[in-house]
Each structure stands twice: as structure tokens, then as C-alpha cells.
Design a protein around this ligand. Sequence first.
Ligand code: GLN
Length: 540
Amino acid sequence: MAVKYIFVTGGVLSSLGKGITSSSIATLLQHSGFDVSILKIDPYINVDPGTMSPLEHGEVFVTCDGAETDLDIGHYERFLNKDFHKTNNFTTGQVYMSVIENERKGKYLGKTIQIVPHIVDEIKSRIKLAGEGSEFLIVELGGTVGDIEGMPYLEAMRQMKHELGSKQVISIHVTLIPLVRAAGELKTKPTQHSVQELRRIGISPQILVARCERSLDKELKRKLAMSCDVDDDSVIVAEDTESIYKCPLNFLDEGILTPIARHLELKELKPKMDNWDMLVKKIIAPKSSVTIGFVGKYLSLKESYKSLIESLIHAGANTDTKVNIKWIDSESVEENPALLYDVDSILVPGGFGERGIQGKLEAIRYAREKKIPFLGICLGMQLSLIEFARNVLGIKEADSVEFNPQSKEPIIYLIEDFIDTQGKKQLRTHTSPMGGTMRLGEYECHIKKGTKLYEAYGQKSLIKERHRHRYEANPKYRELFANNGMIISGECNGLIESIELENHPWFVAVQFHPEFTSRLQNPNPIILAFVKQTLAHKKQ
Ligand code: GLN
């Protein structure tokens, strides 16, 4: 079957949940038996979000092939339970970079380079590339209709429909129906204007997804359908829900598949959602509950821990447990360690920079000494090594060169040093314009038999997980660690990928980011094991 395209645009304002809408539609099609792919287009000029501040951009998601992408790619993987790649996210920066490189190479044979056709052609070819080999491609366009930077993309969508026809391309517009409290009324006018703007560009959406606080009655739905020129069954109400994972089920109840099937000339779609439904029920009404102390530094920016938060929800759904997160600001732990006293386990996530390090070290020490289940991720593992070196091995100056470049005891040091000493480049790193190199994407990890990691991963001795970091545990100290009760449970080409403590019920830290591979239907094994340990500790 030739690829069918579903374009998802947003109207009125941003943050309406286009990512969740796109993921939900993709999930319903996938569960109807189709091979579905999905693409996020970011109309900003940055080449990727890798160098953007967490203030500007929530989490930077990392794909298996090492691309730093928008966090929506994380939603796509979590909903669709499959890996996406570099090609599933692109930005205006990448589009222009390709076109300008081609121009420099003389590929356009001396023509004047313009937005139409050259930029638009580059956009179309990237969209087609993302859809290759799939039956459906959902294309989510970032931003809001009417934004200047979105124009070339809307033109590309219009052209694709013109070229491929209306059985191959449809457009869904996600919009807001605000409630004006003073009048007690839901207002459709902003949506009408937004759709008018789309039509001015030559796109008439076939389906409206209307975000609203309260349900629309039949009459209002009909009014919207009439004014926006969609069929009566094509106004899909998306009310706020208890869990994002309920959205596919809500869309199904609202009948979104009927107009999709009609426009794209598909047989009746009957997605099998039983297992999904069961997991959602466990998210919404779980049997047990636990509280994890999450010791982080961007607590006002929870979006920057998106994948980790979701991975805990997945582990909760699969153990019928509500995983409450107690957000503990790492800087406050320094002054007030009592913040840690009432939690069932402690999690120290990844992070960059020096701020809040002392508090995280305190939290790690507390978990180690009081034998509380502990999971450290990336920076969390690096700090676990430093804490152990300082407080158990007595190496007072133990540090990371990230915080102390002149450290005499660089327990954590730069990857480049490792590459140099090995004499060959065995790591996939990328040099960012900021001058640093990062270890990015999926790497193998060889697991030592009999360890907690080995048990967590179902007694597998070889796994793959994703990385995003600049520094590494220094192998020079490994003997010292191993002789004093710290087990190196995972390795990759001599690099230390995970550690655990001998005399502790469950203290595990990993250099990789397990949260990037967690999915609702397939929770990440180490996070699942951590939640199970948290539950067991609470029962004690
Ligand atoms: N800042 C550390 C590094 O660059 C850890 C990064 C992380 O936790 N993602 O190695």
C-alpha cells in the first residue's frame, strides 16, 4: 500500500497536546494492524535541541541512532512501542542547512534558490523519507497555524495533497474551544478563524480535534462542523483526562476512526485495545502506592524529566502501583536532609553542571547507609562513584572534572581522554558547536552474571541502552572500587556502564538512560525492578 499521510496542525495556541493527539491516532492505526510511522517537524532554526537550555526546551530526547530530538519523539516511542530514528524529527535549521550545502556544491545548476520550490521540495523529500516502508505516516507540525515560520511546511502539505490526491493525504486540525467563565460559554470563534487561515493557504482540514474543559453538546459540534466545513462526525472532542494514555481510548469512543477510514478509503477499522485499556485502568485506579524521592535540580521544569516520569508511570501500570514522586530540590537537601526521611526509595537522575551536587551526594550517602532502594542514572551513577570514593574509600578529593577540571582524583573524567589512551575512536560522539563531545545513542552493555542488573534484565548478559553524556567513570579506579564492595555489573569496551553495592539490598546506578527505552506496554527492566524494590521496601 502506498504511504498514506495524516498531517496534524495546531490552531489558536500552542501546548494543546498535538504530540499526544498524533501519538494517539498513530496508536489506534497501529492497533488496527497497520505499520505506522510518525514525524515531528520543528519550525525553529536551531539544527537540533541538543544545545538548547532546558528553560527553552523541555527534555532532549535521544533516539537509538544518537539523534537529539524533540520530546515528542519520546511520546511516539512510548505510545507505539517501537524505535524511531534521526529521520523522524527535523527542524528548519536542518532544511536550510541541506539546501545551502547543495547550493554550495552547485547541485542546483546556477538557479536562484527560493523558498518555493527549493525549501519546500527539501521539506517534501524529508517527509517522504520518514514515511518510507510504512503504511501510514503521521506528520505533526510544531507551532501554530499563522506562524510565519510554519508557512513553507503548510505549503509542502498543500502540494503533497495536490500531488498524491485526497485518498492519500488528510489533514487534522487540533484546536482550542475556550470556556469564557463569565458567560459560562464555550467559544468557537478562535477555531473558525484558525481554520479560515488554513483555508487561505489552501488546506481544508477533514477533522477537527477540539480541546476543551467540558464536553461540547451536539448543537455546538454541528455549528463547528458547519462553520469549519467538516462532516458532522468529524468534530472530535478531546477533554482533559486523568492520563495521557487514556487519549487513544477517548478518541476511539469519539469515533475518530470513522472519518479517517472514509477519507482514506480504508475498510472499517477495529483496533484491539484490550491490553492497553487494562494498563490504563491500572494507571487510573491502582491497587498499591509508593513514594519515590526524586532528587533533581530542574524541579520547576518537570518537562525536562519527561521520559523518566513516564517510565515510572509505565512501571507503575505494570505493577498495579501508583508511583508518587516526591520532588526534592537537590539544593534544599543540603540544608534539610529530613526531606529524605519519608520516602520509600531514592532516585538521582541525570543532569549537567555543578549546582545541587552536594545535595545529591548527601541523598546518595543516605540511601547507601540506610539501605534504602536506590537508582542512579547517568550523573546519578557518576555521583554514586564519587560518594563511595570519598566516604568509603577515603579519597577526600574524589571528583568529576566536570565540576573540578583540575581534580587530582578524577573519578569521573572526559571521554576524549579515554579515546586518546585507547588510540582509536571507538565511541560515536558528536562535537557540538559548544565545543564538547557527547556520547550519544544506543550502546551495548555486557552484564555480569548474578548481579542485580542481570536479574532485572531477565538474566540477559547483553543489552542495549541509550546514552547522553560527556564524562565517564575512570577505569583507573576500578580495582579499588571492586575490592571494597562495589560491583561493576555492566561494561562496554572497558567503560563502566553500571555499578551496584555488595552489602545493600538494592543500590544500582547506570551510566545510560534507561528511561529512553521505556514504553507503556514494555516498561524498562531496570526501572521496573526499581519500582518493585520500592514496593517491597515499603511493605517491610
Ligand atoms: N553531566 C554528566 C556528563 O556529561 C552527566 C550527563 C547526564 O546525566 N545526562 O557526563
